[in-house]
Design a protein around this ligand. Structure first.
Ligand code: ADP
Length: 496
């Protein structure tokens, strides 16, 4: 800021005063003024020292104009500060406006230019940020949907990424392979799965970009000592540039299918074997009868009895097979009804009387009271108790006793025991007697059978009626089979 004051001229007026013309330049503005110095007589002191006077005067002007301009600038700065504060408060970048045309306004122009650039970039980033936020929300929703689908499907599913790290595994997969997605998330799959074959398969599918490969693996059941069979289907996931982004593994539990197939094979081989013996003896005896080779009636009757006996055996085997297959295929509608044990057991014994009479075996019945009842499918329960009683007679010697007892075992259970004094079961066979087609080797020569009867009993009691069955036996000391079934109170008279 520059300031200059100069005396243009001075003259003495008629009354001897001195008139001084002063011109001043301050902040680019020219100021002019006249000062009348009333000083008659001698040359006044001020005129004498006019140079000093001018300097003082110019300094006063200088200070005044400097003060004015300082005041104006501080107002502008206050305005700038206020506007910046507003920008900050409203989270918005605007232009700074000031009402002056000095150096400060030049600076404000530069700042405004800079602010315009910042605002432009800020808006651009805000837009990108919003787009990214939207994209992230969409992908999060998609991820949750995919997770919900994978969780709800009955198959086990595992998902790995491009580095073979675990991304996802639904509950079924976690149960089968005993891992936790929370604990093992983003861990390399070789440290998560204990199945090296499956780990190798995942790496192979990813590195070779295979669309789909299938393998069958076997692994022990985590909660029992059963062996489970799984069909594994692994597929590589490729992005638009054909880079492998991960692998999806779907695990189907085919244990039941495999067991069914195995059972069918067993049935075919066992049935063909078991059917052959009675069929060949029926054929042989029938041929002899047809060829009239028998000359006396007693032998003829004996032959006919053998044929009838073998036919019964065939009949039993076929009905056991049909019953088991009905239960296993769930095709048989279960119709539970209240069965009063007293009368129900009498009906079963009636059916077995001829078999018991044959060996002179007495069947003792001991039912706690005539109101004791269970709720069960009549045909299935009939067949089950019949099987137990039939075995008791079959694996007993002549002239012995078989006992059937029923009593209220607890508040919720009724027990039915079938006890014999027969040949008993060796200890090492007790675990297997409920398995399909299992027959105690030592008993094969004692009586014929299919090895299906007890399996059927267990399925009927355990799977259909939520009951249980126990066995106590010792070789040569007889056997005791007890069924525990849910108790049903009888409120009214029900016919069994
Ligand atoms: P099966 O048709 O051979 O009798 P089950 O399934 O009924 O078939 O019985 C399986 C095996 O258990 C029989 O072969 C027999 O060895 C043994 N078993 C079953 N019940 C008795 C019993 N009361 N006494 C002795 N052994 C028995």
């Amino acid at each position: 800021m520059q300031s200059l004051a100069k005396i243009i001229k001075s003259k003495r007026t008629a009354n001897k005063s001195i008139l001084v013309y002063i011109a001043m330049v301050c902040c680019g503005t020219i100021f002019a003024c006249t000062v009348t110095l009333s000083c008659p007589g001698e040359t006044p002191f001020l005129v004498k020292y006019s140079a000093w006077f001018m300097i003082i005067l110019s300094s006063i002007f200088y200070l005044w104009t400097f003060g004015y301009s300082f005041h104006k600038q501080s107002l502008s700065l206050k305005l700038i500060r206020q506007q910046i504060h507003n920008f900050e408060h409203n989270d918005n970048i605007g232009m700074i406006m000031i009402d002056s045309e000095d150096e400060l306004s030049e600076l404000v122009k530069v700042i405004n230019h800079y602010l315009t650039n910042i605002k432009f970039s800020f808006e651009k980033y805000q837009l990108t940020h919003r787009e990214l936020e939207l994209q992230s929300r969409v992908s999060e929703t998609e991820r949750l949907q995919a997770e919900a689908v994978l969780t709800s499907i009955s198959e086990a599913v595992i998902v790995t990424d491009e580095s073979d790290e675990l991304i996802m595994g639904n509950q079924k997969a976690q149960d089968i392979f005993e891992f936790s997605t929370d604990l093992n998330y983003r861990m390399n799959i070789k440290n998560v799965l204990d199945d090296t074959e499956l780990v190798y398969m995942i790496t192979e599918v990813r590195t070779k970009h295979l669309n789909q490969i299938t393998r069958i693996i076997e692994r022990p059941c985590p909660v029992s000592d059963r062996m489970l069979t799984f069909k594994i289907i692994a597929s590589c996931v490729l992005d638009s540039k054909h880079n492998a982004t991960g692998v999806v593994i779907v695990v189907h539990d085919i244990t039941a299918e495999k067991e069914l197939a195995q059972m069918k094979d067993d049935i075919v081989s066992c049935v063909s074997h078991e059917l052959k013996t009675p069929l060949s003896s029926i054929k042989a005896y029938a041929e002899m009868l047809a060829d009239n080779e028998i000359d006396n009636d007693v032998t003829r009757v004996e032959f006919c009895d053998v044929i009838l006996d073998q036919t019964d055996r065939l009949n039993r085997m076929i009905s056991d097979i049909l019953n088991i297959s009905k239960i296993e295929s769930d095709s048989n509608p279960i119709e539970k009804q209240t069965l009063i044990l007293n009368t129900f057991i009498d009906h079963i014994i009636d059916t077995l009387k001829p078999q018991a009479l044959d060996k002179n075996i007495t069947i003792n019945v001991d039912i706690e009271n005539d109101k004791l009842a269970i709720s069960a499918d009549r045909d299935m329960m009939f067949q089950s108790i019949l099987n137990l009683l039939s075995n008791a007679i079959k694996y007993s010697n002549k002239d012995t006793t078989v006992i059937i007892r029923a009593w209220r075992y607890s508040d919720s259970e009724v027990a039915i025991e079938v006890k014999d004094h027969g040949i008993g079961i060796p200890e090492n066979s007790l675990d297997q007697i409920f398995d399909k087609f299992y027959r105690v080797p030592e008993h094969r020569s004692f009586a014929g059978g299919t090895g299906l009867g007890l399996n059927l009993v267990r399925q009927v009691v355990h799977d259909i009626h939520n009951g249980r069955i126990t066995v106590q036996s010792k070789a040569g000391q007889g056997s005791s089979f007890v069924l525990y079934l849910p108790f049903t109170p009888v409120h009214e008279f029900v016919l069994s």
